[in-house]
Design a protein around this ligand. Structure first.
Ligand code: COA
Ligand code: ZN
Length: 334
């Protein structure tokens, strides 16, 4: 990489799935399609457009087929859908999604509460789904509660690594580690990501954080430091699993993009376009959303100084007093 080339990161949008699945209102299909189409033109690498779950379990996404059939597919963007079981995989494959995002849980309790299956039962179904998806769609596996479970508490690293080993054995090449209820901390994230990268350097690894305890962005930078370049995020910071007590929104897409771009990374995403879409989100869901940058504006935002202050500040700078003070005092280390 040339020194002036910015490192590329990949941002994967989940608001229409993780976000809308927990909303008490049903967002009309037309509005979902409109939002997905607009998101498709912002430079996002992937958009998870719906979930082929049981409509009884997730009524907010009962229109999965209609959504997938009606969206515009922009070249270069991958269109994924969440899939909990074989029935969901059949539905997703019939709609020609680019990627089946198979969901399972590291924690047996969350798995049974969310999917009514044990992790072993999920793995058995996934082996069949991987085989039937060959040549038709990519397969990613999202591992929920990988950093902690709201029922069981700590999830040992060895358990996560063991599940990844099983997934590798059935031919899964894309995995997302999900912090379903925001229990992860940056030190834990950094350590687990390093271990996974070491053990499976070819794995396409995504990190999926929820900001439930305000550690979402810190966790994202900790993952970045461990070499992770793919992140799920949700416009406005919507999101949450309805079957995980205490769940709340994902790390906010525009806040994540803003932070990475400010740090000098290339997300490929047009922040202005995301902010515009995010500002319209409260009308869609009927409440305020957690995103910060849409309220504060990007860090490049400037305000007019109070009257007379600009001239005085310019004069002060001209006299060289501020720079002078530093040079008179000598360098900080002396
Ligand atoms: N899509 C549509 N219908 C499905 C389905 C799917 N993927 N999986 C099961 N069903 C239907 C069955 O056909 C059956 O229908 P019927 O009542 O009309 O006969 C009914 O759902 C029950 O089927 P069963 O196999 O007993 O499943 P279940 O009730 O134990 O539900 C799941 C299992 C996995 C389908 C359900 O719990 C689910 O969709 N969970 C998803 C949870 C989720 O998405 N969480 C958020 C993501 S973290
Ligand atoms: Zn999530």
């Amino acid at each position: 990489m040339k020194s002036n080339e910015r490192q590329r990161l990949f941002i994967q949008e989940v608001s229409v799935r993780d976000g809308f699945q927990i909303e008490p209102i049903f967002v009309p299909t037309e509005q979902k399609v409109e939002l997905i189409n607009a998101l498709s033109h912002t430079g996002l690498a992937k958009i998870e457009v719906t979930s082929f779950a049981s409509p009884k379990a997730i009524p907010a996404l009962a229109d999965a087929e209609s959504v997938v059939q009606r969206i515009e597919r922009v070249p270069g963007v991958q269109y994924a859908a969440l899939v909990p079981n074989m029935r969901g995989a059949e539905r997703a494959l019939a709609c020609n999604v680019d990627e089946l995002n198979l969901v399972m849980s590291a924690s047996a309790t969350h798995s049974l509460a969310n999917l009514r299956m044990t992790p072993a039962q999920s793995l058995a179904q996934f082996a069949e789904i991987v085989a039937s998806s060959k040549g038709r769609a990519q397969v990613n596996v999202s591992l929920s509660t990988a950093f902690g479970c709201p029922f069981e508490g700590e999830i040992p690293e060895a358990m996560v690594l063991g599940l990844l080993e099983r997934l590798a054995q059935i031919g899964v090449q894309r995995v997302t580690l999900c912090d379903t209820t925001g229990m992860a901390n940056p030190a834990q994230v950094n350590q687990l990501c390093r271990q996974v990268k070491n053990a499976w350097p070819e794995l396409m690894l995504t990190l999926h954080f929820h900001d439930t305890r305000s550690m979402g962005l810190a966790n994202a930078t900790a993952a970045l430091d461990a070499g992770i370049d793919r992140f799920d995020a949700s416009l406005g910071g919507l999101g949450g699993c309805p079957f995980a007590p205490g769940a709340s929104g994902n790390v906010c897409t525009e806040d994540l993009v803003h932070m990475f771009e400010a740090m000098g990374y290339d997300t490929g995403v047009k922040l202005d376009a995301l902010l515009e879409l995010s500002s319209r989100l409260p009308q869609v869901v009927g409440h305020d959303v957690p995103g910060q940058v849409v309220k504060a504006g990007p860090w490049t935002r400037r305000y007019p100084a109070p009257e007379g202050v600009s001239e005085k500040a310019a004069e002060y700078r001209l006299t060289g007093s501020c720079g002078g003070m530093v040079s008179n005092a000598g360098p900080r280390s002396s």
